[in-house]
Structures are given as C-alpha cells and as structure tokens.
Design a protein around this ligand. Structure first.
Ligand SMILES: [Zn+2]
Length: 172
C-alpha cells in the first residue's frame, strides 16, 4: 500500500508483466490497485507504450485492454467504478461511452468557446449533437438539424474527441 516506486522491469520483460509490475496489488483482489509510476495532472497513471518512449497511455486504459485482451476503440473509455483515477484493478474498471468525458470537455470547451464567434450551439444542443453523432447521424444531418454549418460540426467533433479516427468510423 506504500507509494514507493517499484524497481524498473528488466529489459525484455513482456508488456503485460512490465505493466503489472508497476501496479500495487497488495490490497488483494477486491481492493484498489494503485499505479505506482507517473500520474498525470488528474491522477491517472501513465504508462509508456512502447517502453522508454514518451508515447503514453493511461494506465487504467491499458489495464482494461490487457484484461479484455483487445485494444479499446477510440470512443470507448476505461471508466472507474471506484472513482480512484490511479486504480488499475480490472474489477473496478468498465467500458464507458464518451459521454462522461464529453460532458467534461463540453464544459471546458464552452466555457471558453461561448464568447467565440464560432459558438453557435448551447451547451445542451451540443450534447444532443454529440449524441446524434454517436448514434450514427452524419455531420450533414446534425448541421441541418441545428441549422449550422457542416464544417462547424466537423470542428466540434474533432476538437472534442481528439480522435480524427472517430470521425472516419462514424462517417460510414
Ligand atoms: Zn479501484
């Protein structure tokens, strides 16, 4: 349960072992398993992928991916049932939608964006727009629904998700 960093895994350690070596499982199966390495400003564990690079993935995301044996899609989030950002216990993790994060982003985005000439949607409209997007409506359909420019919808989606991939997925 101490916050003491564990030693670096030796070179050549398999990815999953290298990951779990940095997780403190000492509390037992049902307790929180805190990440013992770097955390970001919000307390989420950061795991470098691949080893030694600056390309980081959130530890809770990595934990869920290892547990599921597959990569999470861009619009799948690794959410905590325990509200402990650094926890990597798969029993405390579940796949959530973008919605929670969207609300977060929306608040930030619109706090800044509402004074901007481009801000044409209310916060509520915005959440509806994102839901429509998720349900597979095209950007054009959303733009028409709100009477706004398609390029504006496009910027919204890109700016919010940070994943241009998500756009392509939904574009089909
Ligand atoms: Zn937990």
């Amino acid at each position: 349960m101490s916050g003491v960093k564990k030693p670096r895994s030796p070179k050549g350690t398999p990815l999953d072992k290298r990951f779990w070596d940095k997780v403190d499982k000492s509390g037992g199966d049902d307790s929180c398993w805190p990440w013992t390495y770097c955390v970001d400003g919000r307390g989420y564990g950061m795991f470098s992928l691949p080893r030694g690079t600056t390309k980081m993935i959130r530890a809770n995301r990595m934990a869920l991916q290892l547990h599921l044996g597959r990569v999470l899609l861009p619009d799948e989030e690794s959410c905590h049932s325990c509200d402990n950002p650094s926890c990597c216990n798969p029993r405390h993790l579940f796949i959530g939608s973008h919605d929670d994060n969207l609300k977060d982003y929306a608040e930030k985005h619109f706090a800044k964006g509402s004074r901007h000439s481009q801000a044409k949607l209310t916060h509520k409209d915005y959440l509806i727009a994102m839901r429509m997007r998720k349900e597979g409506h095209t950007q054009r359909a959303i733009a028409d629904h709100f009477g706004i420019d398609k390029s504006y919808v496009s910027r919204l989606v890109r700016g919010l998700t940070g994943h241009t991939v998500l756009e392509n997925l939904n574009e089909q």
